[in-house]
Design a binder for this molecule. Structure first.
Ligand code: 9MR
Ligand code: 9MR
Length: 611
């Protein structure tokens, strides 16, 4: 009790001190302190100095955004203080009961500290007990990570040397030229019998593995081009130091072009798309130049063909501006997209079933499947993009016949929402001219998006990590950081664009805070960024190149409640089931369709800095 009184007196002195700095806070802090003291029955004051776990966005904060830090592992009423770079005290306060929140997965409890009143750019230090953390307030919070996220695609390029002047110590010789790829028996036609050699160079390695998959390429490009009308201003001058930099085309488009060129080579003479270009089995953890397996193009599929149609139609629209640098490309892409759509109309249900393929053909193929047994959403997305590019009513009619019945988060296997948001951004940020028919689709898309967003953000400020993402077990699936936290944040930014209601933008940033460090494990889930980031991704190049640091700018999968390589995981709890271990491919792989979410998100966050 004696201790309590001393501490209380001490609190009052501090309050007075804070009051000198920020007079308005005095009343509030005093009231809250007394209230908390009276309410708390289980408090232990003084006692030993514990290490606090400070969960914070390690990228920093924009001057005018909400800045909440989550502190765990210390008892109530512990004090915190913030100093600036020259050691001046900026803010002090206490961890209060009113600001305590519990995990939905366990008894873990943490306090929110709101530092939003700190708006002057600069470095600051937050100290809780003996734990001190630096954070920065600045205008270019996501510039470097956005550049690195784009550059990461360059590091994924196959078929060309990755040179030191662009890649520094991560340079490597050319490999996987893919100029002599065999047509797999599953893909044989009269024109191209099994064993025919085709040339299918360039393109990005999909992920930790070295194969190239059309479904995922279409999705990754789709996700980045989808947001393009909204972030064009921001991205157009971003130089990421790749071989094409300085040619008058935004680097993001230069980089995407490298994969588009490859995708064009994957279209068979009849218009259909080979599902993937792959080795029969995954390669070992060796560098590209040490890979020896023969590569094949395998069976055509409806989903791959439509993802191709959609992304080529988008590309045709967006690259039309750069006819000088890419002569003939815009037209070529549109023609290819139309031929692909036609093929899909004639072959509406040709799914990729690897187990069936392996019963009938050899060699057997055991690499990633991107298997998807429903092509309706792919038809919808492709028809939408073809309409936006051509203005032809036929495609709008097609799109209307494949309208989704409910809202779904866009992922490689479900792309209808890419169609919906592409539509919205075309009219809100792009050049689209509205008609009564286009307005019908627009209202349909807007209703679905806003209804989803309202449910999604509900009560996020009362969650332990103060984010809409991360409170349910189902949030933690394979690729939780990209397909959950980042993609959902993107959808919220798109909701903000169409409603102008700032609550959506604020909640998008909360998911970003989570992804970049305000999470139970304190990971900034992007390689090379933040104070604690993955060092051992399931990425063959990073593992085999003999360099300690992984390739930078890669977003890893993140916690996965169903991660099954049991021995790697310290925790059962869904939001902690992550291992920075090369073997943990269900939590620590990287992939182009996850980095596309990172690129789009960081560019969109930079674009909207208000509030
Ligand atoms: O390395 C493979 C990775 O790229 C894939 O995403 C993953 C799932 O398809 O498979 C990985 O390969 C693993 C295989 O599936 C199971 N045995 C261990 C393999 C490599 O660690
Ligand atoms: O991203 C894919 C994920 O949604 C699937 O659950 C998983 C298992 O089929 O495969 C993931 O994709 C992998 C692909 O099959 C092969 N390259 C690596 C991809 C990322 O793990």
């Amino acid at each position: 009790m004696f201790f309590c009184i001393i501490h209380f007196a001490y609190s009052l002195i501090i309050c007075n001190f804070v009051a000198k700095l920020q007079p308005i806070y005095l009343g509030i802090i005093m009231k809250k302190t007394i209230f908390a003291l009276l309410l708390s029955s289980s408090m232990t004051l003084g006692a030993s100095a514990q290490d606090a776990a400070i969960h914070i966005n390690q990228m920093g904060f924009f001057p005018h955004q909400e800045k909440v830090v989550v502190v765990e592992g210390v008892k109530m009423l512990k004090k915190y203080n913030v100093t600036d770079a020259s050691g001046h005290k900026i803010e002090r306060g206490f961890l209060l009961k009113d600001n305590a929140y519990r995990s939905t997965f366990s008894d873990d409890q943490a306090y929110h500290i709101d530092l939003s009143s700190i708006i002057r750019p600069g470095d600051y230090y937050l100290e809780v007990n003996k734990t001190k953390t630096k954070f920065t307030v600045k205008n270019d919070v996501y510039d470097d990570v956005c550049k690195a996220a784009i550059k990461a695609f360059y590091y994924q390029r196959s078929g060309m040397p990755i040179e030191a002047k662009y890649a520094g110590k991560w340079n490597r010789p050319a490999a996987h030229m893919d100029t002599e790829v065999l047509v797999h028996p599953s893909a044989a036609t009269e024109a191209r019998p099994a064993g025919t050699k085709i040339s299918s160079p360039k393109g990005w390695y999909d992920a930790g593995d070295y194969n190239k998959y059309i479904v995922n390429s279409g999705f990754a490009i789709g996700q980045m081009l989808n947001i393009y009308p909204l972030v064009e201003e921001y991205l157009k001058d971003l130089d990421v130091n790749i071989p094409e930099s300085g040619n008058g085309v935004p680097d993001i488009l230069n980089e995407i072009y490298y994969n588009l060129e490859w995708m064009l080579t994957m279209q068979d003479t009849d218009g259909g798309l080979y599902h993937k270009l792959t080795t029969p089995n995954f390669e070992g953890f060796v560098m590209p130049k040490d890979c020896k397996q023969q590569r094949y193009v395998v069976q055509k599929s409806t989903c791959a063909t439509l993802d191709f149609a959609a992304s080529m139609a988008m590309a045709s629209r967006i690259y039309a501006k750069y006819e000088k640098q890419f002569p003939g490309f815009s037209k070529k892409a549109l023609d290819a997209a139309k031929r692909a759509y036609l093929w899909a109309l004639q072959n509406p249900e040709v799914y990729y079933r690897q187990e069936v393929l392996n019963k009938n053909f050899s060699p057997k193929v055991n690499t990633g499947t991107y298997g998807d047994m429903n092509a309706k959403d792919e038809f919808f997305w492709a028809a939408i993009e073809l309409y936006l590019t051509t203005g032809s009513d036929m495609f709008l009619k097609e799109a209307n016949s494949y309208k989704p019945s409910n809202f779904s988060i866009p992922v490689w296997g479900n792309v209808s929402t890419l169609g919906l948001t592409s539509w919205l951004l075309h009219y809100y940020c792009g050049t689209g001219k509205r008609t009564s028919e286009t307005l019908q689709m627009e209202n349909f898309a807007k209703d679905l998006l806003v209804n989803w967003a309202d449910k999604y953000i509900n009560n996020s400020e009362k969650t332990m990590f103060m984010a809409p993402f991360g409170t349910k077990k189902s949030d933690f699936h394979w690729a939780s950081m990209a397909e959950g936290a980042a993609t959902e944040a993107l959808l919220l930014i798109q909701t903000y664009v169409v409603t102008k209601d700032k609550k959506y933008l604020i909640n998008a940033r909360r998911n970003a805070d989570y992804l970049f460090g305000r999470n139970p494990l304190n990971y900034c889930y992007v390689t090379g960024f933040g104070q604690k980031s993955p060092m051992n991704p399931h990425h063959r190049i990073s593992a085999a190149d003999g360099i300690e640091e992984p390739i930078p700018g890669l977003l890893v999968g993140g916690p996965n409640a169903t991660a099954n390589e049991g021995k790697y995981y310290e925790f059962e709890q869904p939001d902690k089931r992550y291992a920075d271990n090369q073997g943990s491919y269900t939590t620590n792989e990287i992939a182009i369709n996850w980095n596309s979410a990172l690129v789009a998100l960081t560019a969109a966050l930079q674009t909207y800095q208000e509030y």
